[in-house]
Design a protein around this ligand. Structure first.
Ligand code: DX5
Ligand code: ZN
Length: 233
């Protein structure tokens, strides 16, 4: 990985593509473009119509796309009581399983179940949720995901006020390769990505910024990399 700026912090920033913004009639083609474009990870948004006002897809869709890519896949569960689906997604080949703190009655138990199923654990926070809820669970998890839109839909506007939350979480995280990922999700595009990295993000999740790029998916990924000063995967 190289960086134009020479800032070592930027070496660690990875890019995930949210396939919520893919063309579902051409999902296989779009997944292959992510492989070719040097994307670091696939972000898989699961919505239940209860926790968020939208419905998307589940484990059978993951099972279909899993053979098409060796990229890690993070399941972003925008689902009430997501612990019910841990085993289904582990069997379908998920690498990370990210749950919302607001959707889990027994967050600690859910986190342990995800680990027991062999997946890495992410915990997500809605824009209205304070950082302090992470205090008890941070030592047990692999990733914090800060929502910079209210979850439910792609293509929404980045909530700038969440940058302070990203910075506050970055302050609480151990530094270094074995540390906890700090992911940012919602409205991340070439114009908003630099602020996220500045605040301490290590994983940028982008849907429409990648899939709706006028020059195609591969350009969408490279435009994000250029915006944060990292020109090579
Ligand atoms: C929103 C989802 C996001 C979304 C990001 O509820 O969790 O992952 O797909 O899409 P963009 O980048 O278009 O905001
Ligand atoms: Zn998401």
């Amino acid at each position: 990985m190289t960086s134009e700026s020479g800032d070592p912090q930027k070496h660690q920033v990875r890019i995930a593509a949210s396939i919520l913004a893919a063309d579902f009639s051409q999902l296989g083609r779009d997944i292959r473009s992510l492989n070719d474009g040097g994307c670091d990870e696939i972000h898989f948004d699961v919505m239940d119509g209860t926790f968020v006002p939208n419905i998307t897809f589940g484990a059978p869709v993951l099972e279909s796309i899993r053979p098409l890519t060796s990229l890690p896949v993070d399941i972003h569960m925008m689902v009430q009581e997501p612990g019910r689906f841990v085993d289904d997604f582990a069997r379908a080949g998920a690498d990370y399983f990210t749950v919302h703190v607001e959707a889990c009655t027994h967050l600690h138990a859910t986190v342990q179940a995800i680990k027991a199923a062999g997946m890495k654990v992410g915990v997500a926070l809605n824009p209205g949720t304070p950082v302090s809820v992470m205090d008890e669970i941070l030592p047990d998890i692999d990733r914090v995901l800060v929502m910079t839109v209210n979850p439910g839909f792609g293509g929404q506007q980045f909530i700038t006020g969440q940058l302070a939350k990203i910075a506050a979480i970055a302050d609480r995280l151990p530094r270094g390769a074995d540390g906890v990922d700090l992911a940012v999700d919602g409205g991340v595009k070439a114009d908003t990505a630099p602020g996220c990295v500045e605040a301490g993000a290590s994983l940028l999740i982008s849907g429409t910024g990648i899939f709706n790029h006028p020059d195609g998916v591969i350009s969408g990924i490279s435009s994000l990399r250029e915006a944060i000063g990292v020109t090579e995967a």
